[in-house]
Design a protein around this ligand. Structure first.
Ligand code: GH3
Ligand code: MG
Ligand code: MG
Ligand code: MG
Length: 305
């Protein structure tokens, strides 16, 4: 897993202003350092944020359709855009309006006419803060060896996801996956080769977490978990069986495996998210775990639910 801050040149800054001349001026100052995109109205700005996920927004206060304050409030209210720093650009502002801006989540103000070097340094400072927070989040919620999510992600983020799915009255599926005879793999091929094998298996599992809210988690040493919101039992069964089949078609040599190849066992279960809000995801994990045990007992290289 790469743990480096991306360079400023790879950062996207969204410049929002209804005056073409202001957009051009700000773009010409920032373009040598960052990648600039622009929007001519509040409505366009909200759309650009959803599609382009900018790293920072320079936001004009007065615009004819939706004013800057409303744009900022809208962005901060949505989980997908709340983390993007908003810097207001304005020529005049009264104390009351400024306070409202801070309250809805503004990161800073830049007064027009802008001084080029002040603007560049301020934007770089805000970008650095944002990139550092992102890196910290990546380190906190991911497993270093495989790049999959870790247990911290499971305990912190999955309850929030369950809440969201419960509001939509849908279901959550879980697949528990365990590599077969992995101790013998390590003993025979060595721990370094074992690590490479874990990375390969993780890649294959991650490929099956196809939808944006799906999560592939390294649960323990050679145990993995897929959390599949908005997926019914048939859907979960298919994904579990596909993963077991996918690892076999990779033909990873394992002297102790069936036919001399590595295999996986999986157990899966599904619950309504409303039910999980009361019991917590642990009851769902326990059910999937019982089926995983059955898969092991009945011969491995299979998925049971
Ligand atoms: P079963 O088919 O019943 O699951 O047998 P198993 O040998 O896979 O299960 P067991 O729990 O006995 O062994 C798991 C092994 O996973 C033991 C441990 O050395 C290995 N392991 C756990 N974490 C890592 C890791 O990060 N790297 C490597 N190389 N091996 C690991
Ligand atoms: Mg304006
Ligand atoms: Mg195990
Ligand atoms: Mg195992």
């Amino acid at each position: 897993m790469q743990l480096e801050l991306k360079p400023y040149s790879a950062c996207k800054v969204l410049i929002v202003d209804d005056e073409p001349i202001s957009r051009m001026l700000l773009t010409s100052i920032l373009e040598p350092f960052v990648t600039c995109i622009s929007a001519a109205s509040g409505k366009e700005a909200i759309g650009q944020c959803v599609t382009h996920k900018p790293d920072l927004i320079l936001l004009d206060m007065n615009m004819p359709d939706i004013d800057g304050l409303t744009v900022c409030r809208t962005l901060k209210d949505s989980a997908d855009t709340a983390h993007i720093p908003v810097v207001f650009v304005t020529s005049t502002i009264d104390v009351e309006t400024e306070n409202m801006c801070w309250e809805v989540g503004a990161s800073d103000f830049v007064l027009k006419p802008v001084t080029a070097s002040t603007l560049v340094h301020r934007i770089k400072n805000h970008l650095q803060g944002k990139l550092r927070t992102e890196l910290l989040k990546k380190m906190t919620f991911h497993d270093q060896l495989t790049g999959l999510y870790n247990r911290m992600y499971l305990s912190n983020e999955i309850p929030l996801l369950v809440k969201q799915v419960a509001r939509d009255h849908s279901t959550v599926g879980v697949i528990m996956i365990d590599i077969d005879f992995f101790k013998l793999y390590n003993d025979n091929y060595g721990h370094l080769q074992g690590d490479i094998c874990l990375q390969k298996v993780s890649e294959l599992i991650a490929e099956h977490a196809r939808r944006p809210k799906d999560a592939a988690i390294r649960f323990g040493g050679e145990e993995f978990m897929l959390v599949l919101p908005y997926t019914d039992l048939n859907g979960v069964k298919k994904i579990a069986e596909d993963i077991v089949a996918a690892i076999r078609s990779e033909s990873i040599t394992h002297y102790a495996g069936k036919g001399g190849m590595l295999s996986l066992s999986a157990g899966y279960a599904v619950r309504s998210a409303v039910e999980l809000q009361d019991t917590g995801v642990s009851s769902l994990i326990e059910s999937a775990d019982i089926f995983l045990f059955e898969a092991k007992e009945s011969g491995r290289n299979r998925a049971i639910g």
